[in-house]
Write a protein that binds this ligand. Sequence first.
Ligand code: ZN
Length: 205
Amino acid sequence: MKSALYTALAFTVLASPALAEDKRHADAHEHGHGMFQMVIEDDHAVIEMTVPAFDIVGFEHAPSTAAQRVAMAEAAGTLSRPDVLFAMPDDAGCAVGQVEIGFGATGGHRHEHGEDHDDHDEGKHDEHDHDAHDDHDDHEKEEENHSEVTAFYRLACDNPGALNRIGFTFFEAFPNAEELEVVILSATGQSAGEVDRKETVFEIE
Ligand SMILES: [Zn+2]
């Protein structure tokens, strides 16, 4: 029953882009749009990326089929290769250290399937009670099920000063991803901007 509900909610979200758009600010999460933050230090760089699960696996509910579990495992494998997803100058001499990938929920915990349904079991099964129950169902349908994927990478770099650009082959790996907001912090300051499927290279100022 739970998986059937998840499926129905996912279908609702996918089939109603206008609705998802309206709720963008409520959940601070827009499908296709992720965050990429990188801090460059003396001998290493740290990347933290947060992307809607939709961009990574195409759904945001708990995996309920073998195909969905395979999709998640494959996505985790792909995400575990920052050296493939983010092209950096060879001169920087960066090597992948720590990698942490998380499939987590954001709005997903907001599903509170009313335990207060028990209130209706007081022997008052009249027309009015049925109306109230229907209203409750409508309210549940309005709630969304969102989840995000987080990726953390630590890179050891021989010469971080040579990190002047990043090529986001990330977009080739994940066709649902449309845009990443990029923030880079280094000793020389902050660079911020966006990359998308057309402009895949971020120049670090
Ligand atoms: Zn979402």
